[in-house]
Design a protein around this ligand. Sequence first.
Ligand code: SF4
Ligand code: SF4
Ligand code: FES
Length: 511
Amino acid sequence: MAEMIKLFVNGSEVEVEAGKNLIDAIGAIGIEIPHLCYHPALGADGNCRMCLVGLEEGGPPLVPACKTQAAPGMKVLLNAEHIKKIQHDVLEFQLINHPIDCPVCDQAGECSLQDYYMEYDGQKSRMSEAPVSKSKKLDFGCGVIHDQERCVLCGRCVRFCRQITKTGELGIVNRTDDARVTIFPGRPLDNRYAVNVVDLCPVGAMTSADFRFKQRVWFLKKARGICHGCSKGCNITIDHNREKDQDDLIYRFRPLLNEEINGYFICDEGRLSYKQENENRLTEARRGKTAISLDDAVTTALKEMAKAEKIVLLISPDSSLEQMAAVKSLAEATGAFLSGFSDGYIKKGDGDDYLIQDDKAANRAGLALLAIDSSRENFATALEDAQMLINFNSNLSLSYDSAELEKLIKDKYIIAVTSHDSDFCKMANLAIPAASFTEYRGMIISCDNILQSFDKAIDKNSPPVEISEIAALLGGSLKNSEDQYNALKEVIVSTESFNPDTIPTAGLKLN
Ligand code: SF4
Ligand code: SF4
Ligand code: FES
């Protein structure tokens, strides 16, 4: 439990966490102090002066809040006329050369400078000189586009590359109004976390080549999610929108703060993995090459299952715990061999010592928890004797090349229950479309053994059925979420009693 202290803000006593600077301490109780250069992940730099606040008694009358620790009894002044005037003047200084053309800026709607301008300045520029002109639309590499004219030289992007990725590609050159952020000649951004500078930039000076000018941010709906790009389980904001007569589409993933897992950042690969949620989806059931209804597909599957003496079920290591439990119950009901084989999801040596993991499976720990066999040999041996393979969304192409895959499934009846179309899906006798991870509620366990839950974020025009529902239709005994939770309660041992509705947003560390 954090130590709390009492201090005064604008004459009222408040209780805040000890050991924090004034921006974070007072911000945590809902009182914002304007700031540009400070970011909790990068520390205080003290260069923008937007955060100047008054101190009554004991100390200098004016202090930068980012560099001032909250102390017991401190009397902080935010709303006095002279403080408002200082903030207004600092802002006017920041805006001397900054274009005031928010309607055409990609950052409009999520720009600190725009918000502060509306709150503290809101007046026409008094400059009679033409603003200094600088370069626009500079390609800094890694999908980051820089606009030097919009830059307020807060240095967050530079510090990110020095302190977090330790790659140091960015620097500020020149002085006074000629100062600008730049890369070194021939040395573009070259790290796997580079696009975080776009989120860090408090203004529209760093934009993402992938996202810029595709959507106005105020049209985007936001949902909380968990990246399924690797086993780290980084928390993300899913920005999505349904345009007129269109489907609900995702426009970007952004990092969502989780101090226990990813802090403020995510990797670029995970960030761009949103595209897979929109593209190459299997949208209708197929028997061979013929489109059929879901009911027809289930009837066909049941008929073929009744004919097969031995069945192998394969479950993806990306599936939620609920889905794994549901498919396991199908295996128990039908006497099928259940495998979580997914060696191909592991890219040895690809991970780093920060967030990115070798294991690209989001929930391998779930397979272990539910004691689902994942050995390559056992899968291959079981399949050799079987007449049927039902693959619940596992990407076998990661483990076998197409010749090997063809040989492996030759003479078997193949059912692909899958969110995405693929070569494997095209080889299947029967393909059943399934929901992808942004389209259902579920739980996964990260590589750090942290149990996390996520909600359904996307509502498709024709919502694909969830894997656990399909497993139930095919004969699994877990017919609904209550059945699934009851089955999971038996295996999830935590320090607190397990309840899927009360998993903390930071996740639950399992024993
Ligand atoms: S580009 Fe953005 S983050 Fe970088 S110094 Fe300029 S304003 Fe700050
Ligand atoms: S580190 Fe892994 S979980 Fe995190 S954003 Fe990247 S791919 Fe996704
Ligand atoms: S936030 Fe304090 S000086 Fe910039």
